[in-house]
Design a protein around this ligand. Structure first.
Ligand SMILES: [Mg+2]
Length: 275
């Protein structure tokens, strides 16, 4: 069961500047009923967009992510005559409980840092740490992603394996800077989490035009996914609970997410190809 982090009722101007960081990680601190441009308003200190993988598509040219290009890529790269569906899967608070470790890092900065169940407003943290410290806490976790302390959810491996078995092409997409690729890959390998591509950037939504399924815990990300016609789903947290019913599915665990995806896919006009 995910750690409980309450939604925040208000947004300050200062936190709007860093809301992409917040939404990319654990704290979905958007008040109910409001959707921010989470992945599009980026901190000025970080270039945008950063792509740091070997994405076989033209990652510097998001406009290339058209359904036609997707089909051509998949058919060519897989030497198949049929089309797979593409599932874009978040990592933090989707494949593992990032928020627990994020809180521990924040406590290192200030031992008086409130517990997550007290993070009611965006500006709560401002009295306890600087923006630089806040981002550094995030990066510290990602830099040590492959630490033994960082365990995936028990269902994560089977969740990804099942998607692959049902013909999905899996792109793991996480809001991280390029330096985090190696520890992230080591973590995925160590825990035998299967995937086809790893996309690390500050704007995963550039992938969405080719997505059939998006799994994420951030309401703005899911809203954008369903807006372009993808199926949206994620784990249920207090920070996204208020968004339930907005067109995407929120569930208690990844087994339920998988069931939702497979049942929804079976109703889709686009057939899923078993590999
Ligand atoms: Mg997440």
């Amino acid at each position: 069961m995910p750690l409980i982090i309450p939604c925040c009722p208000s947004i300050t101007a200062g936190l709007k500047r860093i809301c992409p960081i917040i939404f990319a990680i654990p704290c979905i601190l958007e008040p109910p009923g409001r959707i921010s441009e989470a992945d599009t308003h980026l901190p000025s200190l970080i270039p945008h967009p950063i792509f740091c993988g070997q994405n076989p598509l033209d990652t510097q040219n998001p406009s290339s992510y058209t359904p036609t290009v997707k089909k051509q890529y998949l058919i060519k790269s897989k030497n198949k005559t049929t089309l797979s569906k593409i599932a874009i899967i978040d990592i933090d608070n989707t494949l593992w409980q990032f928020s627990d470790h994020f809180y521990l890092e924040l406590r290192k900065i200030n031992s008086n840092f409130p517990t997550p169940d007290q993070w009611f407003t965006f500006d709560t943290w401002e009295g306890y740490c600087s923006e630089v410290d806040f981002i550094a806490a995030i990066n510290s976790i990602h830099h040590n992603q492959d630490s033994d302390r960082h365990k995936p959810y028990p269902e994560s491996r089977d969740f990804l394996s099942s998607l692959k078995e049902h013909g999905f092409h899996i792109i793991l997409a996480s809001h991280r800077v390029p330096e985090m690729r190696q520890p992230t890959e080591r973590w995925l390998t160590h825990h035998r989490l299967p995937y086809d591509e790893l996309h690390l950037s500050l704007d995963k939504t550039v992938l969405f035009p080719m997505a059939d399924v998006v799994v994420d815990d951030a309401p703005p990300t899911l809203e954008k996914a369903i807006k372009i016609g993808a199926l949206g789903a994620g784990l249920l947290f207090p920070w996204n609970r208020a968004y339930a019913g907005n067109g995407f599915g929120l569930f208690q665990n990844l087994n339920e997410v998988l069931d939702y995806i497979l049942k929804s896919s079976s109703k889709s006009c686009l057939s899923v190809v078993r590999k």
